[in-house]
Design a protein around this ligand. Structure first.
Ligand code: 3PG
Length: 305
């Protein structure tokens, strides 16, 4: 059977080699499409049984073209790029690879936070993370890694997650918060890890951002859609002490940079999971999951049940 790896943002070479080994060992054929267009993807999916993607869009058009497709694995956490309803209607299993790239994203949170509080390394005196407060907005795999690293910086760590029991956070040295207002009011640094869902889209708005204490820094390595972008502009206008740093470039990035200069920073392309280690772990896990599904219907991480 054929397994297509379609990545607009290619995996590290070692990850591709590892994926190939897994696919070959199972007797399947790897087809690699890197930096392809949507048209390339539509052509390439025509005769494959398995598909591995990252943030690449797998919508109805792609699924319609994929007549043999049995399984799609998103090598990573968020699967908002995949039309789950359409996949379900076509009997295609969709899985993600939870946890495999979370350390990489968590490390970038601190890289971005330090860059902001050291004034983008421009030589002016900055500030430190030590003994500052950090609020983790959603305590999943990335959030937990953020908490672990934050303790090394001697930060006080709180988190909000309605799906995680207070005791589980407390056991990990994290103080549970019970509302977004509480989380944002009590933490100089807030790190976003909520998925983009109908409930969370544009939920981080002016009112919430303005709750940050003095010299607040909002760090977004999650999804741009969770931010109310007009509200963000208003918040940064109302509060000249607040900074916003994101690994997910907002649609109004040019406006934000023009208005707020180095109080904002955006990576040109999502870089959180873009490490050799994360590529190898997520890529190989994805290949193993595809092989297991094609072998006997294995579906432990299915997200469209
Ligand atoms: C994820 O959801 O796993 C991260 O956002 C990483 O996405 P990427 O694979 O496109 O870098």
């Amino acid at each position: 059977m054929k397994v297509l790896v379609a990545t607009e943002k290619p995996f590290a070479a070692e990850a591709v080699n590892g994926i190939k080994e897994v696919i070959d060992a199972a007797g399947h054929t790897l087809v690699l499409l890197e930096k392809g267009t949507k048209e390339d993807l539509i052509k390439a999916v025509a005769d494959v049984e398995g598909l591995i993607v990252r943030s690449d869009i797998v919508d109805k058009e792609v699924l319609d073209a994929a007549k043999q497709l049995k399984v799609v694995v998103r090598a990573g956490a968020g699967y908002d790029n995949i039309d789950l309803a359409e996949a379900t209607a076509k009997g295609v299993c969709v899985m993600n690879t939870p946890g495999q790239n979370s350390n990489a994203v968590a490390e970038l949170v601190f890289g971005m936070a330090i860059m902001m509080i050291r004034n983008s390394y421009n030589g002016k005196a900055g500030t430190e993370l030590k003994e500052k407060s950090l609020g983790i907005h959603a305590y999943g795999q990335v959030g937990r890694n953020v908490a672990r690293i934050a303790k090394g910086f001697d930060m006080t760590v709180t988190a909000l997650d309605p799906f995680v029991k207070d005791e589980a956070m407390i056991a990990e040295g994290v103080t549970p918060m019970h509302s977004v207002e509480e989380l944002y009011s009590n933490n100089q640094f807030v790190s976003l890890h909520i998925p983009a869902t109908p409930q969370t889209k544009q939920s981080v708005n002016k009112e919430l951002i303005c709750k940050l204490p003095k010299n607040g820094v909002l760090i977004n390595t999650a999804r741009k859609e969770v931010i109310d972008e007009a509200g963000l502009v208003e918040a940064l206008e109302a509060r000249p002490d607040i900074r916003y740093v994101a690994d997910v470039k907002p649609d109004n990035a040019d406006e934000l940079i023009a208005k707020f200069g180095d109080r904002v920073f955006f990576t040109p392309k999502k870089m959180g999971a873009q490490t050799a280690e994360a590529n190898i772990k997520a890529g190989i896990a994805a290949a193993e999951q595809v092989v297991a599904h094609l072998r006997d219907g294995w579906n432990r991480f299915q997200v469209n049940k």
